[in-house]
Design a protein around this ligand. Structure first.
Ligand SMILES: [Zn+2]
Length: 231
């Protein structure tokens, strides 16, 4: 088995690559390129992504990828209708993430987690989702438990000040993610909880979201264009 251990303590169940302790997803660029060369490594990583998509398993915590194409063209070719799951990219190192629906059919997913991730470009276009989080997964699970105690609707996830305890605010402040380019175009979502985001180029355009949190974020250029934010 691959030696990567997810933050919930579960080990990755993929087979390791020959002469490595890690699977195609979790092997670092450096080790993978040394063992296999860049071209072969890219192929193996992309095949592993395809397998994940086919299994509708988008827990990609801790992966190293050159490119992650969750695009309608790719899903179409794989005969996958919709994602409608959480996408977990926490602690990953990824070159380009493309999440893209078609103009007349948005790509739907639930939540996107990017805590501790290092991503050069995260491009989300024509998509519908619930929330995007930089907070650690354990804090999310904890808050979800508290929300379910006070709310009938399991999908409603509204963080009100009463739900946050002193320890959590520290964890919220400690949220972090590095996304060099974050572009969100024609997106429809509930909230962008992007505390502690380090981003040189943030574009939010032709989109509608309920709330945006960016406490303790470091932002370079910010472009907001034709957006609606509902309080
Ligand atoms: Zn693995």
């Amino acid at each position: 088995m691959c030696e990567y251990e997810y933050s919930n303590g579960v080990k990755c169940s993929e087979d390791p690559l020959k002469n490595s302790r890690y699977c195609a997803l979790h092997i670092s660029f450096e080790e993978g390129e040394r063992l296999l060369g860049r071209k072969r490594l890219e192929e193996l990583k992309l095949n592993a992504v395809v397998k994940k998509l086919q299994n509708k398993d988008l827990n990609l915590e801790g992966v190293y990828l050159y490119r992650l194409p969750i695009m309608w063209e790719v899903l179409n070719a794989l005969e996958i209708e919709d994602i409608e799951e959480d996408i977990n990219l926490s602690f990953s190192k990824i070159g380009e993430v493309i999440i893209r629906g078609s103009k007349n059919r948005p790509l739907k997913f639930k939540n996107l987690f990017i805590h501790g991730a290092e991503i050069s470009g995260l491009y989300v276009t024509s998509a519908e989702f619930q929330n995007i989080y930089t907070m650690p997964r354990e804090l999310y699970e904890e808050l979800k438990k508290r929300v379910s105690k006070v709310s009938e609707d399991p999908d409603s996830f509204e963080i009100t000040p009463e739900l946050i305890r002193a320890r959590d605010s520290k964890m919220l402040v400690d949220s972090k993610a590095m996304v060099d380019n974050l572009w969100m175009i024609r997106c429809n979502g509930r909230s962008l909880l992007l505390n502690g985001l380090n981003c040189s180029n943030f574009i939010l355009a032709n989109s509608s979201v309920d709330e945006v949190w960016m406490n303790s974020s470091k932002l370079g250029q910010v472009v907001l264009k034709d957006i609606e934010i509902f309080p």
